[in-house]
Design a protein around this ligand. Sequence first.
Ligand code: SF4
Length: 282
Amino acid sequence: MLLARENGFCFGVKKAVELTEAAAETGRPVHNLGQVVHNPKISQRLAARGVKIINDPADAAEGIVVIRAHGVPPKVREQIEQRGLECIDATCSLVLRAQRFTKQLADEGYTVILLGTPDHPEVVGLVAYAGDNYRIVETEEQWKKLPKMKRAGVVSQSTQPPWAFTALVAHVATIAQEMKVYNTVCPVTVKRQVAASELAEQVKTIIVVGGKNSANTRELVNLARMQGRDAYHIEDAKELQPSWVRGQERVGLIGGCSTPMDTLIEVKERIEALGSTEPVPA
Ligand code: SF4
């Protein structure tokens, strides 16, 4: 079995989890506004410490609200403060940077073109900085339909693949008289994607571990499939099907940026057990 050379939490996820854990230590009611990071194991671990997930600041009567790594629109932060709740901001510094650039483009009069998934929380936060004049695109089919424009400013959701960002920028150069580009693709996810590609070159089957709603994890699955590999996306060892790994000479294993190492190690042990001739525990 081959483990990718990049694994474990990225610094943004690590910070968000640590800030929530530290808040829980205070003994006050602690709320995560949405999943603090897109991983069910982390949510369960925090729930065991009394942390509740809410979807709206109005759902917190008292205590602390932790803003997720993906960030929120400014009005949500205002709502938290207006309700007299303590706000701990766990927005990743790279997402804050993307929010700053998005606002700057809007303030300078550019039509903001955002590469991202429209309902992803990070994108919901980013467009709140984009003023009234913005477009969200996720696929080539969508960006090919963009109209000609005078001034286009391009930014990206952090977990979008760099090749898609490059292709979008190349296309916008053909439809805009003036363009400004801020590359806000997260370098940590790029490194993880490179590691997934390297892994795909060496194996036929790849197991990708991470939240089903984790954009960066799903991107690893896409990449492996684009390289013609059998890629399976699971959240924990229980989901692993023996038929995926039995008889395989080597199986690749990689986790998303919000996948805890202990979950990855459980999956690794399960793959090894399934590959052995010993009886496998249920
Ligand atoms: S994946 Fe990148 S942008 Fe997202 S939390 Fe991690 S470091 Fe920050």
